[in-house]
Design a protein around this ligand. Structure first.
Ligand code: F1P
Length: 307
């Protein structure tokens, strides 16, 4: 069977991440990416919001400065001026809530806060709204045809991660992702009934993204939590035929508790970005098992443009 567009884009991620690291965002990167010590907020919708969460945790943990992530619709407008820089993340560059936020932020007095954006498509309104002199990074090499985002989101994260952790961990993740694309999915995961994704630190955002990917591509029942929160209720959902999948390494004791539910724990301690690639593949496999076409997800459009 011919590969779907989504599968082709999933498989191209290691190469895209390397390109993101090599180009470092190009000549505009210095103006668009935060300087060390800046107080930063990142806003986006859907997948872009979860990538924002992941980057925020990475940047703050690396000692680069306080970093928050918000769904564009829920951005705390009243304290926007408390940030040095606000970054909008949008593959399409057309998402209504992101454009509305940028339009409002541009009304703030000059010099209040720097705006930047990261997008895949330079022919879209986000370019003008965020650009005050070359502050939009265009990752057009990672643009996608699919509705369901994979490689743009992870390439943006590769670039952002390299900007705070250096190239080496991202290149190592790319090598792991290559294996994640080639190897069989963990036994028992494709025919499971329910999946809960767990994260810690910067992988919490990726756990949310993993759960979203499964919902978008395959209509699956998925949940996502910080691993230490999972014991505080959500573990009740895990049972025989259901999966608890950790992006990163499970905290001590949790593996035994999952085993006691009869559920399947997936805890392979891959780099969380590489492990997300496995979940993207799982999403496609579950869709196909259910007779769904991951290239045409139910009730979704490539970008949400509100009237
Ligand atoms: C954000 C987004 C996608 C989602 C859906 C609708 O798009 O929420 O993450 O999969 O297709 O749009 P963007 O602002 O990053 O283009």
């Amino acid at each position: 069977m011919a590969a779907t567009r989504t599968e082709t884009e999933i498989a191209s991620q290691p190469e895209c991440w390397r390109q993101a690291v090599e180009t470092g965002g190009g000549p505009d990167a210095a103006a668009a990416l935060p300087r060390k010590g800046e107080r930063v907020a990142v806003a986006g919708c859907g997948t872009s919001w979860f990538v924002a969460q992941s980057y925020a945790a990475l940047r703050e943990a690396a000692g680069h400065g306080e970093t928050d992530a918000f769904a564009a619709s829920e951005f705390p407008r009243g304290r926007a001026s408390g940030y040095d820089r606000i970054i909008a993340l949008s593959r399409s560059g057309t998402t209504s809530e992101v454009l509305a936020l940028l339009s409002e932020l541009r009304e703030l007095p000059a010099g209040t806060v720097e705006l930047s954006a990261i997008t895949a498509d330079p022919r879209t309104p986000v370019m003008e709204l965020a650009d005050h002199g070359g502050r939009v990074l265009v990752l057009d090499f990672a643009d996608e045809e699919s509705v369901v985002q994979t490689r743009f989101a992870t390439s943006a994260l590769a670039l952002l991660r390299a900007s705070v952790e250096g190239a080496e961990p991202v290149l190592a993740a790319a090598a792991q992702a290559e294996r994640a694309i080639a190897e069989e999915l963990p036994a028992g995961t494709v025919d499971a009934e329910q999946w809960t994704f767990l994260g810690a630190g910067w992988s919490c955002g990726l756990a949310q993204e993993a759960a979203l990917k499964m919902r978008e591509a395959s209509g699956a029942w998925t949940e996502a939590y910080p691993a230490m929160e999972y014991r505080h209720g959500p573990i009740s959902v895990t049972a025989p035929g259901r999966v608890a999948w950790m992006l990163g390494s499970l905290p001590a004791g949790l593996s035994e508790q999952i085993a006691a539910t009869g559920g399947l724990a997936v805890d392979d301690a891959l780099d969380p970005m590489a492990d997300l690639v496995r979940v993207q593949r799982l999403a496609v496999a579950v869709a196909e098992r259910r007779g769904l076409d991951p290239d045409h997800p139910r009730a979704l459009t490539r970008s949400v443009i509100l009237p």
